[in-house]
Design a protein around this ligand. Structure first.
Ligand SMILES: Nc1ncnc2c1ncn2[C@@H]1O[C@H](COP(=O)(O)OP(=O)(O)O)[C@@H](O)[C@H]1O
Ligand SMILES: [Mg+2]
Length: 154
């Protein structure tokens, strides 16, 4: 699905589509049988963190979601049918998948009740399941972002 967003409210509509399981079930390889992994691809300011904030809000996270650029990982509890935890990662400051491995990422990957959203996924591509779900973000102008995904999550 391709979407042009001209506001955070628009990005929330896109996020709602993304977590609408009926229209777009994830491919079986998305989490390799474990966690559901979503790679967020796009440059600085393209709207990745905004998207995660929208997803978190839609899944019932009440606390504010802020960028985990410096802490790398932030975890929120969920009470949805399929997910108990939302892990929000930011790989901006990492060099490779090995850096994530050192932080215990493989353990997170094994938990099928976890939804993992990773900003700057291209930096740690080596450790992500090959069939993970991908969401693309593009800066168009001050207010406009192009957003797209092929399959969403359930
Ligand atoms: N249509 C839009 N969708 C999302 N963010 C937008 C949009 N228009 C402007 N913005 C602004 O762009 C910035 C996006 O930042 P952020 O979500 O942190 O991006 P990233 O995590 O990709 O660096 C925010 O300041 C946000 O308010
Ligand atoms: Mg960000």
């Amino acid at each position: 699905m391709e979407f042009t967003s001209t506001s955070s409210a628009d990005t929330k509509k896109f996020a709602a589509e993304f977590i609408n399981k009926k229209k777009a079930p994830p491919p079986p390889a998305a989490g390799g049988g474990g966690a559901t992994v979503v790679g967020l691809y796009g440059n600085l300011g393209s709207g990745k963190t905004t998207f995660v904030q929208c997803v978190a809000e839609l899944l019932g996270v009440a606390e504010p979601v802020t960028s985990p650029t410096f802490v790398i990982l932030k975890t929120y509890k969920l009470k949805t049918k399929n997910y108990k935890l939302l892990h929000h990662l930011d790989a901006y400051r990492l060099k490779s998948g090995d850096d994530l491995r050192k932080l215990g990422f493989e353990k997170l990957l094994r938990d099928k009740t976890s939804l993992i959203l990773i900003e700057w996924a291209d930096r740690v591509a080596g450790i992500l399941p090959p069939g993970h779900i991908k969401v693309y973000f593009e800066f168009v102008d001050d207010k406009t972002r192009r957003l797209s995904f092929v399959s969403g999550v359930s």
